[in-house]
Each structure stands twice: as C-alpha cells, then as structure tokens.
Ligand binder design. Sequence first.
Ligand code: PFF
Length: 481
Amino acid sequence: MSTHNVWTHKGTFLLAAVGSAVGLGNLWRFPYLTGENGGGAFILVYALTIFAVGIPILIAETMLGRNSRRSPIMGMRHLTVTHRTSRAWESIGWLGATSAFLILSFYSVIAGWALHYTWQMLTGSLAGADAETIGAGFDALLASPGLLTLYHTLFIIASGLIVGMGIHKGIESSLRIMMPSLFVILLVVLAYGIANGDFGAAASFLFTFNIADLSLEGWLQAMGQSFFTLSLGMGAIMAYGAYMSSEASLTRTAIAIAIVDTAVAMVAGLAIFSLVFGADLAPGQGPGLMFVTLPLAFAEMPFGALIGGVFFILVLGAAISSSISLIEPVAAYLVERFDLTRPQAVFAMVVASWALGLLTVVSFNLWAEGSLFHALFGRSAFDFIELLTNIFMPLGGLLIALFAGWALTPSEVMKEMRTSETWFTAWRFLVRFVAPAAVSFVFLRTIPQVDGYLIPTIGALVIVGAFAAGRTFLTESSQEQ
Ligand code: PFF
C-alpha cells in the first residue's frame, strides 16, 4: 500500500531535508573534526566531497523516494518490480531502516547531553566555573547511568511525539517553527562570538589552507562526515522524498540542501572557534569541544550563561529535527507493511530504539573500559553500534549510487529529473563512477577496525551487492534483446 501523502507545499521537502541534514553533525562533529585535522585543508576536502559525491547521491536518494512514493523498504521493493531489476536491491531499504534505528539509539543519548547543558546554563550553575570543575561536571554526567537515561528518554519521547502526530501536523508544523528559530539563534551566537571572542583567529584557523596538516585519516574523515551531515544512505532522505511534490526540482533542491547544510557548519565553526580562541582555549579537544571547552568559554564571558543556554537550545532543536527523520522511515514502513496506526508504529520504533540506546548509556559507565563487556568485545557497545553505522552508511550510499546509475535506465531517470542534457550527463557520470569509487575508499577505511566476527557480515553484504548488480545487468541486457 502506498502512503500517497505529499507535503503541503512545494518547498516543504527542502525544509524537512535541511532539518534532517542540520544536526549534531554540523554543530558538534564538524567543528571538532576540523579542530583535530588542522582546519582549512580539511574543509576543502569536505566541500569537494559534498559537491562531487554528496549532491549526486542526495539527488539519487530523493529520486528513489519520490518515484516510489513509499517508505524506503516498500519503496525499493516496488522499484525493483516496476523497473524489473533484481529483488536484491531491496537491501537498500533494509540497510537504510536498520541504520536509522541504530543511529537514533545513540543520537538520542548524545542529544540528551545537550539537554543537560541547556539546563545547567540557564540555571547559571556553570557561571564563573573553572576548567577543572567543568571537566569534572562532564565526567560526572557520563558516569551517571540514571541521568543519561533520563535525558535520553526525554529526548526520544519529544521526537516520537512529533512524528506520531503525522507528517503534516507533527513534522511539517514543528519544522516550520523550529528551523527559522534555529537560524536566528545561530546568527545571535555568531554575533556574540564576533563581539566577545576572537573572530580573526577563528577565520584564519578555518580557512587557512595547509595541505600538510591533513593526514590520510583526515581525508577519510572528511568524506565520512559529508555523508553523515547530509543524512545520506539511511533512508531518511528517501522517506521524506516520498512526500516530495512532483513539481519541485530534484537538482536545485539537492544543491540548496547541500549549500545550507555547509553554510550552517561553517557559521557554527566560526562562532564556536571565535569563543574558544577568545577564551584562549585549545581547538583540538575532540568530542569534548562542545561539552567542555565551549561551556568553559561561556563561563568566562559576559551574559555567557544566557547565550550558552540559547546555544544549547539550538543544539537540541537541530538534533530533534534530525532525529525525527530517523524515526520516519521505520515508522512509515510499519504503517505500510503491518497496517499499524502511525502512533502505534512510532511507539514500536521509539521503544525499541530507546532500549538499544541503553547500551550506549552504559558504555560510558557500567560497561566502560575495564568492564567485562569491554574485556570480551574489545570495545564499548556504543563504539560497536557506531562502527556498524559507519559501515552501513557508506554501503547504503554506494548501493543507491549503483542502483540509480546502473540499474535504472537513463530514460526513466531523465523523466524524473527533468533537467538539461548536460546536467544529466554530469550527474550520471558522478553516480556511476566517481561516487562509487569515493565511497568504496571511505568504506575500506573502516575495515581495519573491524574484528574477525564482523568480516563475514561485511563479506555477505558485499556478495549480496555484487549479486544484485550482476542480476541487474543480466535482466537489463536480456530486456534489451
Ligand atoms: N545529518 C544529521 C547531522 O548532521 O547531525 C545526522 C543524521 C540525521 C544522519 C538523519 C542520518 C540521518 F538519517
């Protein structure tokens, strides 16, 4: 059964996709990765990947959603029938839904930290605190399974309520209020950073190009980040694409999403590093940049508690608008496949993902380094789940590029894209050759991290992919005869 739902306006898909794309990836991950990888050179690679790989796959993923008008799993099943390709391509939908489920479980825990800091900032409990106190506060938060579970629960309930209210009343209406407010807050924080911090140092740090600063690992991280930040390969964009108006342009929309997402990451980076350099702190603090370095900068600045509180509200809002896009693909599938009502479907997805999130919660305390789990598996459950998503995400992107570039016939794609011959040819070249090559490169990076028991899983996935591709070629060539 098709959902047949369409967003209220032609531009709503853009709003929803930007909501999905702009999230912890822009505000938390991008600045700290740039900080760790020497700034400008990292940004150049990141921007190149966004344009050469991210945008073409974004177009492809949206197209698959819009063409099928179904949730990713049912949609891929439908496309394999209507386009007479191998059913193995349905794995794109399954991979997407599985990744969305896995990512939501830990995304919600980390977003919960922002809830804690919003509270701490607004109550002024960090005002004037020194580095030691703030560092100890973060450690204490991570050491408390109870607190982490509380925040995780609150965050996931809020996200579930929005999706449960439906795509119009829930997702659309909340995004329509949330997204403009987030942009205003971002600009306020930037203005505050310029006034109170060291904007010059931030700009030269972000934009000074020094290729020697960029290691191979940095290159790969930049490419991985461009996938994560555009929400690619996880069914989110495909699920939203299913509701996209047939009149909206795929190419223009995808370019707009990428530009806004990149601009937000840059502005967030400028604002954050202005504050960090203004307070004479180090930029390369890794994941603690947002939760330790930044609260410290706010603690030392005039009106820091207020602006800090507002900043963490921004982080929360950006995270919610992304997490709802992780619930949608699975919830829509449950509605289509099992005829559940939307609230029932959302409830099932959220409860299961919440329970899995408890593994991330205990990864920072009860099952952290030194625990039996760690000793048995050599890593925390959180690292394990993140590693799985780091494999599934590029794999999903790779399969999407291959399906759109090789399995669909050019005339069908041309009909959906309705663009000029030149654009179409450029896009097709990118999804057929450039994107698969680049993604395989990112994908291979994760292999050395993978333990023995995961290799069979990946091997199986690769075989399924190859099988799907082979069957497709056979089907295609037999059709042509
Ligand atoms: N793009 C989001 C971010 O940058 O935080 C993360 C994300 C959301 C990834 C939704 C994947 C997804 F399906």
